[in-house]
Design a protein around this ligand. Structure first.
Ligand SMILES: [Fe+2]
Length: 298
């Protein structure tokens, strides 16, 4: 069975990398260093980066970086994908170097989202020092956080992650934007891989031009969320959802826009789950309180 350990990193494409440097340092509170070909690394822990920015023609989400434990697990994941009829592209040595991993391979899911698989991250383990004093981020074995991807081909995409890559369902939500009875219900499946984070990947049954509904990064205290909120206001960054607490992963968070036109959830207190004890469920509310997403449409 394939075992994906974590969402090790995410990659965003940007027409103006300097905007990400400013957003990263001044609002997120991460440290940045230059990446190859005019890109940027956003450092959140002892690794070289957890968010990579590549210079490109569009402002959008680029790829989700899934890591496995070893070269054996890497080979097994590629073999499983190929057996399922998924075309896997081996990464070049330059691509592996740019992502700071031993080996890299990429594939596109049935909804068109690009994914990278890798093993063996490379780092000097230099400690994280935030330019604005953020004490740290909740990463480690739990990965960078979570990503919510558009999945128009919902069933085929979920089947791939479940049956080929070993993801499991955490819970379900069925979303409608309006009370119109003719509006089709859109499923959101919150799913986990082999670590305790409540969800590393959620699939949302709708199209999203930027390639991502949102990513989430987590800080170890509520004060860090509040300080980030202050920095967002000061920098004039657009709020995409007010402060709130989610029903399913119990994350207290707010959402803001990124320079690559997808939202970023900045949160605290997300559930870490013992999957042996977990029972999948359907929630009929997104949040216990707060999280007014209508502000993002204003
Ligand atoms: Fe989220």
């Amino acid at each position: 069975m394939v075992k994906i350990d974590a969402l090790a990193y995410v990659v965003a494409e940007s027409t103006d990398v300097a905007k990400w440097k400013q957003f990263g340092e001044e609002v997120l509170g991460v440290a940045t260093t230059e990446a190859p070909d005019g890109g940027l690394y956003l450092k959140m822990d002892e690794r070289k980066y957890r968010i990579a920015i590549v210079k490109g023609e569009q402002d959008r989400y680029f790829a989700s970086g899934w890591e496995v434990a070893s070269p054996v697990a890497f080979k097994a994941a590629i073999a499983a994908l190929e057996q399922a009829g998924v075309k896997v592209s081996p990464g070049t040595p330059q691509q592996s170097k740019a992502r700071c991993v031993q080996e890299l391979a990429s594939f596109t899911d049935p909804s068109g989202n690009l994914h990278e698989l890798s093993w063996g991250f490379t780092t000097d383990f230099a400690r994280f020092i935030s330019p604005v004093g953020v004490e740290g981020f909740v990463t480690g074995e739990h990965g960078v956080g979570h990503t919510v991807l558009p999945a128009v081909e919902f069933d085929a995409t979920w089947t791939l992650f479940r049956d080929v890559l070993g993801f499991n369902l955490s819970d379900i939500f069925r979303h409608k934007f309006t009370p119109d009875p003719n509006e089709p219900v859109k499923r959101i499946y919150f799913t986990h891989c082999a670590n305790p984070r409540h969800h590393s990947l959620a699939l949302f049954e709708m199209a999203m031009p930027s390639g991502c509904v949102h990513i989430m990064i987590e800080v170890p205290s509520m004060d860090e969320v509040g300080r980030a909120y202050d920095r967002m206001l000061k920098a004039g960054v657009k709020l995409m959802a007010t402060l709130g607490r989610h029903v399913n992963d119990r994350m207290t968070s707010f959402y803001m826009n990124t320079p690559s036109n997808f939202a970023l959830e900045y949160g605290y207190g997300g559930l870490m789950v013992d999957w042996e004890q977990h029972q999948a469920f359907e929630s009929t509310a997104v949040s216990l309180w707060g999280h007014d997403f209508t502000v993002g449409f204003k």
